[in-house]
Ligand binder design. Structure first.
Ligand SMILES: [Zn+2]
Length: 501
């Protein structure tokens, strides 16, 4: 079932038909524990996420007399650059991973090359000198061959990874290339493309929330496995869980070791924080052995960073005096607290995102908030300030419309009632009204309403020039105007100037 936006009814600049599922998508974001997306969810939010959601004028002023032809043409034009803003990570991530893969292959080759050359030299010298047995020389050669085979296996894995990343890049470039071939939002192919993008955003969101299985199913079902980063997020999720649930720093430290150089460039404190946590865990055990181990650990991993983290290093010294049951002051109680695991998981997530140039928040949030912002008008939340929209969908500047001023009923009552009259804008719907409350208004550089809007006593709004022309044609006496849609005739002096803010 499709719900119709008022934009279409009033021939708004660029009306949008709101799929039923857009509301399911909005609920997905509202839930603390988001439910896994089903196949039907994936159609959700496409209108709000695509560029054709601009129906600002629908509720701003419901006059049916907007001049639209030029505006329709302009707003239907596809802005490729704006679309690509959201998709930067789509091509950037495989590129980053390719670089990382190449670097690890390079390190392995360099390390093994030197080791093999050294072993070969030693075996040759021993063989030539004759002070070693033939079997020992053969054993050395076997070791060299075994090392060579290991190297081949490692490089084989790097090659497989490289092929996968090239395949992904190719698929992504093709996907973005399809957009370049489209020039208008009305193109039927654009709908298919924007649905594929919505699927990508939902998979990204699910992966970030830890619903890897659902994300995989969705990606497989929609045939977009090459357009989403399942492996990257699954790896991230595994380490997050080892910190949050497993309370273990081992996996995170291994990741730090793999990315040592890059983390140093980022000036990241992740490794230090993980080592600090190891120290806290040793102190927590409160046995003489563990205290000694803690001191040795601090000497090796914490004191060398005294310059960079003076406060933490001092705290680590003080921590030896206290016990988890008697932490002395809140500062030390905090160090013993289990909340530190949550902090470490968040720090890891931030670092991981930064290292791979991934957006720190789900792209779905970015897209949805920009969609909400584009649609939001002052009238959408005006029931709280005594203004609203009457049953005809006309602007009620005086706020005289019955139930909408009820502050206790709030947005939901207003939104539901208004929605059921069939002329509601998406932001005024119960599902999106609260979500949109805190997003800013979009910057609209062009106005598509008449410049000389006047409010008639019946709460309808029209341009003065139009009213005068209409009155002239209808033979109404000078100084009076007639409602363009009704039969009411008013004195010009009874009209009030309307300012669009
Ligand atoms: Zn609204």
């Amino acid at each position: 079932m499709m719900r119709q936006c008022p934009g279409k009814q009033f021939r708004c600049t660029s009306h949008v038909e709101m799929p039923e599922d857009i509301f399911a998508g909005a609920k997905l974001l509202q839930d603390d524990q988001p439910r896994p997306a089903t196949a039907s969810d994936v159609v959700a939010l496409s209108a709000a996420l695509s560029g054709n959601t601009h129906c600002n004028c629908c509720t701003q002023s419901a006059s049916p007399l907007y001049e639209r032809n030029m505006a329709d043409h302009e707003s239907a034009k596809l802005d490729h650059d704006n679309h690509l803003l959201l998709d930067q990570s789509l091509v950037r991530l495989p590129h980053e991973l390719l670089r990382k893969n190449f670097r690890s292959a390079h390190v392995v080759v360099e390390r093994d090359k030197e080791a093999i050359k050294r072993q070969l030299r030693e075996a040759t010298i021993k063989g030539l000198n004759g002070n070693t047995s033939r079997d020992d020389v053969l054993k050395s050669l076997d070791n060299i061959i075994a090392r060579g085979k290991k190297l081949r296996t490692k490089l084989g894995a790097c090659q497989t990874e490289e092929s996968r990343l090239f395949q992904q890049t190719e698929a992504r470039v093709k996907h973005l290339g399809q957009l370049q071939g489209l020039h208008t939002l009305d193109d039927v192919k654009y709908e298919g493309w924007s649905h594929a993008r919505l699927d990508r955003l939902l998979v990204d969101y699910l992966l970030r929330q830890g619903y890897s299985d659902t994300a995989c199913s969705l990606a497989t079902e929609r045939n977009i496995a090459d357009l989403v980063d399942i492996e990257t997020f699954v790896a991230m999720s595994r380490i997050q869980n080892s910190l949050r649930k497993g309370k273990s720093v081992a996996e995170a430290l291994a990741w730090c070791a793999d990315n040592k150089k890059e983390l140093r460039k980022l000036n990241s404190n992740l490794e230090f924080s993980l080592r600090f946590q190891q120290y806290v865990e040793l102190v927590r055990q409160q046995t003489p052995e563990s205290q000694l181990l803690a001191i040795a650990h601090a000497k090796k991993y914490l004191y060398p960073y005294q310059q960079a983290y003076p406060k933490e290093v001092k705290q680590s010294c003080g921590l030896l005096v206290f016990t988890p049951n008697n932490p002395g002051n809140p500062q030390y109680a905090k160090l013993f607290s289990d909340d530190r695991w949550e902090m470490l998981a968040d720090l890891f997530t931030r670092t991981y995102n930064e290292l791979l140039s991934l957006p720190s928040i789900p792209l779905l949030h970015v897209a949805l908030s920009s969609g909400l912002s584009a649609l939001k008008t002052p009238a959408c939340h005006s029931h709280t300030s005594g203004q609203g929209v009457n049953a005809d969908g006309d602007v009620d500047m005086a706020g005289s419309t019955g139930s909408i001023g009820d502050s206790s009923g709030g947005a939901a009552t207003f939104a539901t009632e208004s929605y059921t009259n069939g002329r509601m804008c998406p932001i005024c719907s119960a599902e999106l009204n609260e979500l949109a409350r805190n997003v800013p208004y979009a910057h609209h550089s062009k106005s598509h309403v008449d410049h000389d809007l006047m409010l008639l006593p019946n709460n309808r709004v029209y341009g003065l020039e139009r009213l005068k022309n209409h009155a002239k044609k209808q033979g109404i006496e000078e100084g009076k105007v007639k409602d363009l849609r009704g039969r009411d005739v008013y004195d010009e002096k009874d009209l009030k100037k309307v300012y669009i803010t």
